[in-house]
Design a protein around this ligand. Sequence first.
Ligand SMILES: [Fe+2]
Ligand SMILES: [Fe+2]
Length: 279
Amino acid sequence: MRAKMKPYKKTDAGEILVNDEGIEKVWVPSQETQDTTVIGLAELLNETQMMADHAAIMTMLLPPEQLGEQHNQAKKFRETFVKLHQRALQTEPQPEPVRRLSDEVLPQAEAIHAFKERLLQDQENGRIHTLMWPSLLDHLARETERFMDRQEQAMAGRIQQDREEIIDFWADIMSEHSDFIAHLLDPAEIESIAQSSDFADEFAAVSEEHELQGKTDPVLGAIADLIDFKETALTAVQEAEIQSMIPPELADHVRREAILFLHELMRVDAMTGIQMEAA
Ligand SMILES: [Fe+2]
Ligand SMILES: [Fe+2]
């Protein structure tokens, strides 16, 4: 697994690191950082980009001729979050600027969340016919909800660091990514589909049950393997070594989310003093 982290911004209170090996960057607070301003900014950097990606994906999958209004709305969200991401890049990890940014981002996150929920209900009930599965819309909505929750907590000065919650949330997300990838691959890509479906099953099982094995946690090894798979998939999609209808931006998006999962887990383990190696 590569996913190398480099220094991004540092204050007395903590440090943000960055990975720039894909299409977009991914930011993480350094493992010992407990400062909620620093954590809050790292999440704002990631999530403004993630929401811009979600909006771009929705724009692509809402046919403009049939669903012009929704298509244009998605496009507007894309513009809004691209701007907010630019602002995040210019924000220093200090309490006041981060709070101001957070206050601007949260209402927009609320709005895009409501938009996703509305599309989900309309698609589920057959009122509209987008190119998005209800499970994709539900996935996008849940990611937004967790971001908003964590951002509110960070701005209140306390962010939940619960190992079980991290695994419960992300294992489902990882399982769904693998299912999405399996369904977007060319049906002729039998091996890659099977590999992706195996990851989907593995993470669905992790979500059901995960136990530490002494001082090792098999989940960490599973995430590292999944990051490898997603990194390889990104290159394969970019270079057309694999046939699919996966936009490279989507392959990159799910790669970054896997990195976030690993780092949230490693950080909570570092904080609680549990030293675990990948099994
Ligand atoms: Fe996402
Ligand atoms: Fe996702």
